[in-house]
Design a protein around this ligand. Structure first.
Ligand code: GDP
Length: 294
């Protein structure tokens, strides 16, 4: 994950090797390299500038302890600042409610249906009875895909293939859930290849009509700054509660992971890194930061 970024940061810190102390000059050139590495990783320019300015200010004027070299100090400061950039602490998903409703939004192909299956398994493992609901009224294949995933993780799937009213399907699913003792209802919705008004109206209508416990926005991390821009657009309409970053197993550079929190001001809650149902983790900013720094 993010190998290129890790390598470039490592190279930047190596600049300080053999330097006895932190000086404005050696910090400035290292920080410049860190900034370049972040921008190459498709981190939003403003975010990259702000975070590297902070790293610089933190570093300059710090007395280096005998046991810590300037390089080690810069790594520590960078690690702390990247953690802060991604939100400091994990923000857990709330599944309280009777039942709790988790609304899944995002573009087509972002990984919504796959994530819905993974989340169902994740919640089931916490001992809560889950219901998956197929609300993609345009692609019958999406209903079949969810049914396959539901079977794989041992979770019921509610679908009405003939019904073209997503809110009605979701409300019927809620009735079904209440009658059958389900504690959490995950609603998988239709996406489009790009943002369009009809899709936005539909997902907005679902949010207003269902009043979900949580609305999650799923986005393909490989799309870098596009991911951040799409997140912004969805958030303006949906005011969602959290982000799910998918496809972190692919050739992704890190820009989305590092920029989304600051640009959209919503926490990343989960990361998805593969097609297998257990390739899902709760997002921890500090662990991600450590991973990036290698
Ligand atoms: P949806 O249209 O948003 O519901 O997206 P899907 O769940 O159908 O996912 C689109 C494609 O991406 C499918 O081929 C999935 O198997 C794949 N996919 C989803 N999540 C991941 C992931 O985390 N890693 C990888 N490598 N592929 C994924």
């Amino acid at each position: 994950m993010f190998e290129n970024l890790t390598q470039k940061l490592d190279k930047a810190f190596k600049n300080l090797k053999g330097q006895g102390s932190i000086t404005e000059i050696n910090v400035a050139s290292t920080v410049k390299e860190i900034r370049r590495a972040l921008i190459d990783a498709d981190v939003n320019y403003k975010v990259a500038k702000e975070v590297t300015d902070k790293i610089k200010n933190e570093a300059i004027g710090q007395d280096v302890l005998i046991s810590v070299s300037p390089g080690q100090l810069l790594v520590k400061i960078t690690s702390d600042e990247l953690t802060a950039l991604m939100g400091e602490k994990a923000v857990p998903l709330s599944t309280d409610g009777s039942p709790a409703i988790i609304l899944i939004s995002g573009l087509q192909g972002s990984g919504k249906t796959t994530f819905s299956g993974k989340l169902a398994q994740f919640i089931k493992k916490q001992g809560k009875d889950v219901l998956l609901t197929a609300c993609d009224i345009y692609r019958p294949a999406a209903i079949d895909q969810l049914k396959v995933l539901g079977e794989q993780v041992g979770v019921d799937v509610y679908a009405e293939p003939e019904n073209k009213n997503a809110l009605e399907i979701a409300n019927n699913a809620l009735d079904y859930a209440k009658k059958n003792g389900k504690k959490v209802v995950i609603v998988d919705t239709a996406g489009r290849l790009a943002v369009d008004e009809q899709m936005m109206n539909e997902i907005e209508g679902l949010k207003k009509g269902l009043n979900p416990t949580e609305t999650l926005f799923v986005v393909d991390s490989m799309t870098g700054q596009d991911a951040v821009n799409t997140a912004k657009t969805f958030n303006e309409r949906l005011d969602f509660d959290g982000v799910v970053l998918t496809k972190l197993d692919g050739d992704t550079r890190g820009g989305a992971a590092l920029s989304i929190r600051t640009v959209v001001d919503k926490p990343i809650k989960f990361i998805s890194y593969g097609e297998k149902m257990d390739a899902l983790d709760v997002f921890h900013p500090d662990r991600m930061s450590q991973r990036i720094l290698g």
